[in-house]
Design a protein around this ligand. Structure first.
Ligand SMILES: [Zn+2]
Length: 114
């Protein structure tokens, strides 16, 4: 994603993209991705993620996969129990204020052991 593409997004559009991506994940219809190509694109032009997701540490909840997002699309902050502490709050501020993310998602999940 370029800065211009990121700038053109609204929080509502990003939320809708995440809902649609989650629908693809739930139906086994996720986007086929070439990670080597995504890495080359991601490292050359800076990072302009759409959103910041605060998620649990749980290994069964891979955030990018759950929302069918690609490399560079999402900042992910993870801690057992998906709660905010000072470090994560700073990361969320960086994601939005400095890097321009449009949406913050606090994502819980079922069967959390934390
Ligand atoms: Zn959990």
């Amino acid at each position: 994603m370029t800065k211009a593409e990121q700038d053109s997004l609204t929080p509502e559009q990003v939320l809708q993209e995440f809902k649609e991506g989650n629908q693809r994940f739930n139906t086994g219809n996720v986007t086929q991705r070439e990670h080597s190509e995504e890495i080359r694109k991601a490292v050359t032009g800076g990072q302009f993620p759409k959103a910041m997701v605060l998620s649990c540490l749980d290994s069964r909840v891979p955030v990018e996969d759950v929302f069918d997002q690609g490399m560079g699309d999402v900042f992910v902050g993870r801690v057992a129990g998906n709660f905010v502490n000072t470090d994560l709050l700073g990361s969320m501020e960086f994601a939005c204020k400095v890097a321009g993310a449009k949406l913050i998602v606090v994502m819980g999940h079922q069967h959390c052991g934390a």
